[in-house]
Design a protein around this ligand. Sequence first.
Ligand code: ADP
Length: 485
Amino acid sequence: MPSALNLLFLSSEVAPFAKTGGLGDVSAALPRTLHRHGHDVRVFMPLYARIDRKKFAFRRVETLRELPIIIGRRVFEVSIYAATLPGSTLEIFFVHCPALYSRASIYSHDGDEHLRFLVLAYAALECAQRMRFAPDVVHCNDWQTAMVPLLLKTRFAWDQKIFGRTKTVLTIHNLNYQGMFPASIVGDTGLGDSQHLLHQDQLRDGRINFLLHGILYANAITTVSPTYAREIRGSEYGVGLDGALRSRGSAVKGILNGVDYEEWSPEADKLIPVRYGPEDLAGKARCKQALLARAKLPALPDVPVIGIVSRLAGQKGFDLFPPALPRLLAKERFQLVVTGSGERHFERMFRQLQAQFPNQVRFNNAFDNEMAHWIEAGSDFFLMPSRYEPCGLNQMYSLKYGTVPIVRKTGGLADTVELWNPRARTGTGIVFETYDAFGLYWAISEALKVYRDRPAYRQLQQNGMAQNFSWDHQVEHYEQLYRQL
Ligand code: ADP
């Protein structure tokens, strides 16, 4: 059996402590699975004020209290707390620094946003030193921790005993969030004499981009699906970083996210009204009734429910709705249940749809985990018409719940949902290619058509429920990568 690895894992979100999207789910499930596989995983995240301190048993780590973190001319005092990740024996380490993390939300637009996450990076590396924990790999996630590979080559390079054989992996969960700051913060990186290793052209243009530095200096860069890994090497999806990604050649890889089926399967789900499985879908019908009752929508026989659980951001395809949805809702018999929050104009649009179609549309304007589970269980279809999608988790959850996904063929959606083929009776969802209102209109109409053909719809459901995207399998790709570095 191969030897266990020492893994230092850094993330700005770990569910259920803090989560705004898929990053939180992945940063819980991947370390949990690695831990179960016998690796020594130390996960660090900020102790945000909004984390419910009473809900989880936090303990202060006495050997890691009141540590001065010195970055440039600034000093931050941090203490480390620990709590067990639910569903695991893995301990998560939390960086307590009220000056930085006592904010209303996980992310901010405050002038010190760069420092909030540089302190996470510095604190995690300093704690590794103090714990005498020599990582084989430091696994960073997104821009918040993307400066770590450069910090290891500079500020922490002297400590050969701890970091002498450390390699780095940067996982990009979404290339659009890059951590772009004015060049004036360069002193706050704490790089001192090593500032020449920063991207000089950008500095001259007055900017510093944290994610770019991770792409340049990490030993390996992964993103969360093979298709997205290909797409971001081109200008359409590259968000200005396609050149840097191409320059890293085979160091850039796509590893599909997995699903935590303890949380997200109709057999194990503790939040849904009735549990069910592929052999007995009566429970799903009851979940649908319960969802409609909760949403205060009339229960109408043979009328399908389309569910949406999403951040309301441009990425997710909602700008296709105004030209397609009102016509469809007026013409076809279906209901739409939406849970989401985000950009104001999308929230307004969903409120308007609800006002115009009160018996068909319900908009729950919230980040609501329980409702997310109810929608997965109680809907007949799940809609994700994304403009781009690094991986997407909800379509994979939907498959397991027998909730047929309607998706656009991009990124992880293209890798996980296969178009229904009525002749061969293969496929797991409805997939459209061209990002426009006509594509969306076609996809929803097609879904409704399949729904009316009961045997076809049942087969489509069963095909999806038979899919397996479990982390136990996906984690092997990471283990292989860690060992290759
Ligand atoms: P992204 O990371 O781009 O937001 P993913 O599909 O990868 O998209 O992951 C989204 C995760 O966040 C899923 O677990 C989903 O259930 C959850 N989520 C998104 N919006 C909401 C919401 N409004 N309420 C509850 N959970 C949500």
